[in-house]
Design a protein around this ligand. Structure first.
Ligand SMILES: Cc1cc2nc3c(=O)[nH]c(=O)nc-3n(C[C@H](O)[C@H](O)[C@H](O)COP(=O)(O)OP(=O)(O)OC[C@H]3O[C@@H](n4cnc5c(N)ncnc54)[C@H](O)[C@@H]3O)c2cc1C
Length: 316
């Protein structure tokens, strides 16, 4: 079984930045993720990551991957099923292999929430989508809905408006939820986006594919013909790996860390959207990944001799 100093789980901004730092510390690092580039690869236009005025999420993440590999880090696309062992002696069990390591960084992000309606699963990919970046182009000239009222919903609606004839934003509150003001302006200025506040999708209709939805708007119900429905109602943390290891979590499974990104289990660090921190963005995930790597390096120095670019550190 191959031995590493560090296994980072996650190939999003948190995982890649953690690996960039551990690679620079000359720690033998493997990064494993299911989705190359993580959630950011779905972002259509990123305007708030310093260094690029605007760049597609996919391009930004490809650049991060190249930079990480340039530091000698191995990147594998695979699913981690469990992690066993203890500090300095972990085994990471992935779909296509097992890896030994001294330390683990979890940067496993979040996954999208479902509406929880009947037939949602069978109509997914047949009119129901959780990724406008992936699927918007299939809806040229069509009528689509976006469920949700936060930034992700607005950003999806904007992208969809470039293809679809009409985009309906269906949201249960009476105004958008903590939106970036610039996004609201952009959405308001689009002629083909319509707002449906105080509204809720009650059921999904269609045999082979989605054809319409039953909606409650204020106190009235109606059937709306729709070719597609994009669900943007938030996310939940991918923390089951950590929870199986006994990590402390809060608020629905977000991993608790100290300020230096140690979790409650020695030798395990966490960063990015999966942790209990308020701002869920690429820049914060990257910063926390750097913090986790720096703390890990200090902890490793304390417990053994580590060769670095600068010399040899002897543990106390
Ligand atoms: C449509 C959209 C647009 C966005 N736009 C912006 C934007 O413009 N600017 C911005 O800053 N942020 C944006 N965000 C938010 C941003 O994508 C996230 O904050 C960021 O990706 C979090 O990084 P992360 O590394 O913590 O997690 P993620 O990017 O979610 O990465 C998690 C990684 O962990 C992997 N993983 C999870 N479980 C396992 C497992 N068991 N085994 C192996 N791998 C696993 C996943 O496959 C993935 O690679 C957007 C998000 C969405 C959905």
């Amino acid at each position: 079984m191959e031995q590493y100093d560090v296994v980072v789980v996650g190939t999003g901004p948190g995982g890649y930045t953690a690996a960039l730092y551990t690679g620079r510390y000359n720690l033998k690092t493997l990064t494993i993720g299911e989705l190359p580039g993580g959630m950011m690869s779905e972002a259509y236009d990123v305007c708030n990551f310093p260094s690029h005025e605007n760049i597609s999420g996919m391009e930004l993440m490809n650049k991060m991957e190249e930079q990480v590999k340039g530091q000698g880090v191995e990147v594998k696309i695979d699913s981690v099923e469990s992690i066993t062992g203890e500090d300095l002696n972990f085994t990471v069990h992935a779909g296509r292999g097992e890896y030994r390591c001294k330390k683990v960084i979890l940067a496993t992000g979040t996954e999208r929430l479902r509406l929880g309606l009947e037939r949602e699963e069978e109509l997914t990919g047949r009119g129901i989508s959780y990724c406008a970046t992936c699927d918007a182009a299939f809806y040229g000239g069509k009528k689509v809905g976006v469920v949700g009222g936060g930034d992700a919903a607005l950003s999806s609606a904007l992208l969809l408006s470039q293809y679809a004839k009409t985009v309906y934003i269906i949201y249960r509150r009476d105004s958008f939820f903590r939106p970036e003001p610039i996004r609201v302006k952009e959405v308001e200025n689009k002629g083909n986006i319509e707002f449906m506040f105080d509204s809720e999708v009650l059921s999904l209709i269609g045999d082979e594919k989605l054809t319409s939805v039953r909606v409650r708007q204020k106190d009235k119900e109606k059937t709306m013909e729709l070719d597609g429905l994009f669900i943007e109602i938030g996310a939940k943390p991918n923390s089951s790996l950590g929870q199986e290891m006994g990590l402390s979590t809060k608020d629905g499974g977000y991993i608790e860390t100290d300020r230096e990104r140690r979790t409650s289990v020695p030798g395990v660090y966490a960063a990015g959207d999966v942790i209990d921190s308020p701002l869920k963005q690429a820049i914060t995930a990257a910063a926390q990944g750097a913090e986790a790597a720096a703390t890990l390096f200090e902890d490793l120095k304390r417990s053994e001799v580590v060769k670095t670019e600068c010399g040899v550190f002897t543990g106390s």
